[in-house]
Design a binder for this molecule. Structure first.
Ligand code: NI
Ligand code: MN
Length: 232
């Protein structure tokens, strides 16, 4: 088995993890780059990095349709549970076991409040480990560059997902530094080109990744997919 991911625009990904469907930050309604409608995506679990509307997105509707529980920080889980949405509330540094994968919550330097103003806890990234294939993903969430990304790299990351849009998160220059700290085999950009404020040239970014880091850049069009080759 293997991991295949499909970029749905912004920080939204449809993942196939050893045959299991996982959604990350499913912001589709109102996302100008959205490659799927909320009623078209598949989910056994929904991973949320933080509570901002461009990540929370269509989570409630998708969870209600598919029955997929939400994996999020503890403070967000209380908000979901009050709406009768099943949520597993982890917190920073902890690892959760979901059968076919584990999810470890990492730090992220950003903020986190719900669109209704409710408290959304601290923002996070995740290290997802697929048990069968053994592959590891690092999804950084919305974050600034931080030097402890080096510790995340020590876990041996197959694919890193990093924001490159600037303004709300790190931009291209800091993403190159992040890649050199994490040292993933592959790196995919996210959180860019959705809005004018975060417009970036993905091709120019990829050229810099190729010349300034040891990672292979994976630049997808919205709706595009990549299957992670086996490393073993
Ligand atoms: Ni955000
Ligand atoms: Mn965001």
């Amino acid at each position: 088995m293997a991991i295949t991911f499909t970029w749905l625009g912004h920080s939204a990904f449809q993942m196939d993890i050893d045959g299991h469907k996982v959604l990350v930050d499913p912001f589709l309604t109102g996302n100008p780059l959205a490659a799927r409608k909320p009623e078209e995506v598949e989910a056994e679990l929904i991973l949320l990095s933080h509570a901002h509307g461009d990540h929370l997105g269509d989570t409630i509707a998708i969870s209600q349709r598919t029955g997929a529980p939400v994996i999020c920080n503890a403070d967000m889980s209380y908000w979901f549970q009050a709406k009768n949405v099943e949520a597993h509330g982890q917190n920073t540094g902890g690892r959760g076991d979901y059968g076919f994968m584990t999810v470890k919550f990492t730090i992220a330097f950003h903020s986190s409040s719900f669109p209704d103003g409710a408290y959304g806890g601290n923002p996070n990234g995740f290290i997802v480990t697929a048990k069968e294939s053994g592959q590891k993903l690092y999804f950084a969430g919305d974050t600034a560059l931080f030097s402890d990304m080096r510790l995340i790299g020590e876990e041996g990351i197959d694919v890193a997902f990093l924001p490159i849009g600037d303004f709300f998160t790190m931009g291209i220059d800091d993403s190159i530094k992040a890649i050199n700290l994490v040292q993933p085999r592959f790196v995919a950009p996210m959180h860019y080109n959705t809005f004018d404020l975060i417009a970036q040239d993905g091709g120019a970014w990829a050229n810099r990744v190729s010349s300034e880091t040891s990672a292979t850049p994976i630049v997808l069009d919205p709706g595009g997919s990549f299957t992670v080759p086996d490393n073993h």
